[in-house]
Structure formats: structure tokens, C-alpha cells
Design a protein around this ligand. Structure first.
Ligand SMILES: Nc1ncnc2c1ncn2[C@@H]1O[C@H](COP(=O)(O)OP(=O)(O)OP(=O)(O)O)[C@@H](O)[C@H]1O
Ligand SMILES: N[C@@H](CCO)C(=O)O
Length: 350
């Protein structure tokens, strides 16, 4: 559980009242999450999540908050951030808006930038079936398409430049074999990023962290009804990147045998078929999927090593296990064609 910054009831109350949500009834620190401070806030008008951003700056945040608003407006199950009625939304094209311009979705609490978003109904499914993966795949593709007319651009701040910068910081903490793997994979990913096939990949705003614990499914249906995805949250690692990287992050988390790190073919197949039911992968994407699965494993191996060995103070914090993504990366690098068995049925269905 992570509450890095304690919020006084009175300060949260003042915020929700100013935003027109009525008086605050309850404020509860949230277990889970390692990046930001999160509280459930129940007010007279409903349930919300109050997030205080611990690392992201007020200049970076409008990209994420406006993206959530954009996707929610396009009908995606994404929590809409609550706007401050006293702050006028900026006018003109998003690219012409200075980063320091006031953002109606961004507030300040306990000296930190903060947002208030709708609380999603449902719960995360930590043991997903092929049916959950199909819901996820279709939603991911719809999100990619809905992001095409999102005008803001901000790089994925946990992309290749961050891996290059952070690897030397974590290398002193790993053993020789791990160090060799990390350095070799980084060299490979730098090489892939320079290729013309990589330059040709379609891109746009991507979530880049759509793990099982960032997605909700309905709990109100009968037990035999197919699962229904009710929400995607935690967009604070989003950025402009390739759609394929986003898909690879999802495959590595949703369609995997957790103990071994191997692909689960039935779940990977369901996820890809559903994704392609909304948007077909092109030839460059098919060719680079094995490389992006490795990239996605490397990204989370590095960030977990970083969080594990260089932790921050938090009153409630459980860092994730870095060795999981080391295992996934070894598996993807040793069996780059494992995903081909999954792509074949997708190709046949297309
Ligand atoms: N909009 C929301 N609706 C319902 N629950 C939410 C919402 N946002 C966050 N939560 C709850 O808060 C918990 C922590 O949130 P989150 O995953 O965003 O934490 P974080 O520290 O920002 O991110 P990370 O997953 O990167 O560690 C989630 O597991 C979920 O239970
Ligand atoms: N989803 C990430 C944590 C937040 O970035 C992980 O599992 O390492």
C-alpha cells in the first residue's frame, strides 16, 4: 500500500466542495499502487479517487488527465477527471498550449499536484481466463483507435531513453548473469529502435501499463455470464508510443503462465483475436511482435529493479518482484517464436 503523502480530511473536503462534489464523508488511504498517493473519497455526490502525484510534474500531467477525459468522451470505460469550475479550459490547438497553462483537471493538495477521478465499479481479475483476455484485447484496440484524434504529444517517459539512463543505476545491484542479460537486451532494443520496420509501426497515445490490476470487471452479473470490462485506470505511465508496445505489455501480463513466464497460448490467442476484431495488425507489427514482447519485459524488469533497490519512503509500500520480469525476458529472448503459434490462428481468423 502506498500513501507517500498524508492528506488532512479538511483539505480534501475543501477540494471536493470547490469542485462541486458536495461535502466529504469519508477519506481512506488505498492499499496497492507504488507510484502515487491514492485515497478513496466518498462525498455527498458519489465515490471518487483522489491521487497525489509523487513524481510527475504539473507540466507533464495535463497529457494524462486530458487523455483520460478524451477517451471517456469517446465512450471508453475510463474514469473522467473532475474539472475545477473556476479554471477555464484552455482554448486553441493543444499543441499551442504552453505546458505551464492552468489545467482545469489538475488541482493541488498538500503541496502536490492532484486529480480527482470517478471511482470505477467492479474489481480486478487477477486470474484472467481467455474470456477476460478477449474483453481486454477489444478494449485496447478501441482505445488505440479512439486516441488517433488526441492532439497532445508526450513521449512515453518509461521508454528507451529511460531504460538507457536507468540501466547503469541498477547494474551495481545485480549479479553477473543478470548484468549480461540486461546489457545485451538493451543493445538489442537500441538496434531494433533504429530499424526502418520499427519506424513504420503505427503509434499514438498508449496506456503502457495495462496490467491486470489496472482493469476492472463487473461483479454484478450472474456467475455464468461472460465477463464485462467496466474500467481501465492508472494512465500515469501513458505516452505517445507504438501500439505494438502497448499490446506486448498486455500480452506479457494477461496471457502468461506466471510461475514460468511462458505464454499461455489460449489466453494470448483470445487477446489477439479480439484485438484484431477491432483493428488488424499490419505486417511490420507481426514481424516485430517478438521484439516488442522482449522490450515490454525489459521495461518492467528495469523499473522493478529500480523501485526495489532504490525505494522511496512511503507509509505503506510493497515493491514488485523484479525477478518475475527477468524470467519473462529470458523466456521471450530464448523462445522468440513462441508467439508464432499464437499468431497463426489469428492469421487464419483474419
Ligand atoms: N478510478 C478508480 N476506480 C476504482 N479504484 C481505483 C481507481 N483508481 C485507483 N483505484 C484503486 O487504487 C489502487 C491503486 O491505484 P493505482 O494502481 O493507480 O496506483 P499507483 O501507485 O498510481 O500505480 P501503480 O499501479 O503504477 O503502482 C488500485 O489498485 C485500485 O484498487
Ligand atoms: N505494473 C507495474 C507497476 C506500475 O508501473 C509492475 O507490475 O511492475
Amino acid at each position: 500500500m502506498a500513501v507517500f503523502t498524508e492528506v488532512q480530511f479538511g483539505e480534501a473536503d475543501a477540494l471536493v466542495q470547490r469542485l462541486g462534489m458536495g461535502a466529504l464523508r469519508e477519506l481512506r488511504g488505498i492499499e496497492g499502487g507504488i507510484e502515487n498517493t491514492n485515497y478513496f473519497a466518498t462525498t455527498e455526490s458519489g465515490e471518487f479517487v483522489l491521487t497525489l502525484f509523487e513524481r510527475l510534474s504539473a507540466e507533464q500531467l495535463p497529457y494524462y488527465l486530458c487523455l483520460m477525459k478524451h477517451l471517456a468522451g469517446a465512450g471508453l470505460p475510463v474514469p473522467a477527471p473532475v474539472a475545477d469550475p473556476a479554471v477555464a479550459p484552455p482554448t486553441g490547438h493543444a499543441l499551442s498550449i504552453p505546458a505551464q497553462a492552468p489545467c482545469e483537471l489538475l488541482h493541488s493538495v498538500a503541496g502536490k499536484p492532484a486529480a480527482l477521478v470517478q471511482k470505477l465499479s467492479g474489481r480486478s481479475e487477477l486470474a484472467p481466463t481467455a474470456a477476460h483476455c478477449a474483453e481486454l484485447g477489444a478494449t485496447l484496440a478501441r482505445m488505440h483507435l479512439a486516441g488517433r484524434d488526441y492532439p497532445r504529444i508526450q513521449p512515453n517517459l518509461r521508454g528507451l531513453p529511460w531504460w538507457n539512463e536507468t540501466a547503469p543505476v541498477v547494474l551495481p545491484y545485480v549479479d553477473e548473469a543478470q548484468s549480461a542479460l540486461l546489457r545485451a537486451e538493451l543493445a538489442y532494443q537500441n538496434h531494433v529502435a533504429e530499424s526502418s520496420a520499427y519506424a513504420a509501426l503505427p503509434r499514438g497515445p498508449v496506456h503502457a501499463d495495462m496490467f491486470r490490476d489496472n482493469v476492472m470487471f463487473a461483479t454484478d452479473g450472474d456467475a455464468d455470464a461472460p465477463p464485462r470490462l467496466t474500467g481501465v485506470f492508472d494512465f500515469y505511465f501513458a505516452g505517445t508510443d507504438t501500439w505494438l508496445f502497448d499490446l506486448a505489455v498486455c500480452l506479457n501480463d494477461w496471457a502468461i503462465d506466471l510461475p514460468s513466464g511462458r505464454h499461455d497460448a489460449a489466453r494470448a490467442d483470445a487477446l489477439l483475436v479480439a484485438y484484431e476484431g477491432v483493428r488488424a495488425l499490419n505486417a511490420s507489427e507481426r514481424a516485430l511482435l517478438p521484439a516488442m514482447l522482449r522490450a515490454a519485459a525489459l521495461r518492467f524488469w528495469i523499473s522493478r529493479l529500480w523501485d526495489f533497490h532504490l525505494p522511496r519512503e512511503a507509509s505503506m509500500l510493497k515493491p514488485h518482484d523484479p525477478t518475475h520480469f527477468e524470467r519473462v525476458l529470458r523466456e521471450r529472448a530464448t523462445h522468440p517464436h513462441a508467439i508464432a503459434h499464437v499468431l497463426e490462428p489469428v492469421m487464419a481468423a483474419a
